[in-house]
Design a protein around this ligand. Structure first.
Ligand code: PEP
Length: 251
């Protein structure tokens, strides 16, 4: 399967630094090709800024969207608005939104369904806490998240999404899952999606402290189809090395 590398900028950068980062990435040769799709996900106010640069080979995604097309939802942004500004992807269900905005799987499924109908490809995040891992609950938590998302989004919808496995204990901590830890969960996700009649062509990304140093080992795993990258996506050298590592993968 083609690899996918997504940069999640979170709530970082300003107009000038965003332009500089994307231009520098392009100069460093970061772009989609036959082997890899490259996506950056700036905060809302920088989406138009990055889109206006019209950098070839770097697609744009948002970090969230609402589940309705329009209406009385103060402070929200719809999938339609994101498409209009040039987005093709949207991250949904990031653990920081589950934690801070109390988003649950049912809502994430509804958002995915609407985003897809509006022309955005959702990147759905799932993952366990450290406590759940220590209690041996990782697989059951992952399957439960998938089941609930599929119930509200439909299996057909999920088959057009990208799924990102992001163990919460690995996000922003510098403590990435080992390739073995990530791969065993990816195998579980792959099998569960098949059991739920979701096509086995869904790209499965790993996210959680991915860097230039650990990307190649993670990407060497058969069921890891790319990465969702937070902190390292703000650094030109790091992000371009991760994209290069994805390009060199032969699965
Ligand atoms: C993320 O934001 O999805 C993420 C994985 O962050 P980091 O790479 O910084 O751990």
């Amino acid at each position: 399967m083609k690899m996918t590398v997504v940069g999640n900028w979170k709530m970082n950068l300003a107009q000038n630094s965003a332009r500089e980062l994307v231009r520098s990435l392009a100069q460093a040769g970061v772009k989609s090709d036959n082997a890899v799709d490259v996506i950056v996900c700036p905060p809302y106010t920088l989406l138009g800024t990055v889109a206006d640069l019209q950098i070839e080979g770097i697609a744009i995604g948002a970090q969230n969207c609402h589940h309705a097309a329009k209406g009385a939802f103060t402070g929200e942004i719809s999938a339609e608005m994101l498409v209009e500004i040039g987005c093709r992807y949207v991250i949904l269900g990031h653990s920081e939104r589950r934690r801070d905005q109390h988003e649950d799987n049912e809502l994430i499924g509804r958002k995915a369904h609407h985003a897809l109908q509006s022309g955005l490809r959702p990147i759905i995040c799932i993952g366990e806490t450290l406590e759940q891992r220590k209690n041996g609950e990782t697989f059951s938590v992952i399957k439960d998240q998938l089941d609930k998302i599929i119930t509200s989004a439909t299996a057909e919808c999920v088959s057009s999404c990208i799924v990102a496995y992001e163990p919460i204990w690995a996000i922003g901590t510098g403590l990435a899952a080992s390739a073995e830890q990530a791969e065993e969960v990816h195998v579980c996700i792959r099998e569960h999606l098949k059991a739920c009649a979701v096509a086995d062509l869904v790209p499965l990304l790993y996210g959680g402290s991915v860097t230039a140093d650990n990307a190649a080992a993670l990407f060497a795993c058969r069921n890891i189809d790319g990465a969702l990258v937070g902190g390292a996506s703000l650094k030109v050298d790091e992000f371009s090395s991760i994209v290069q590592a994805a390009r060199e993968v032969v699965h």
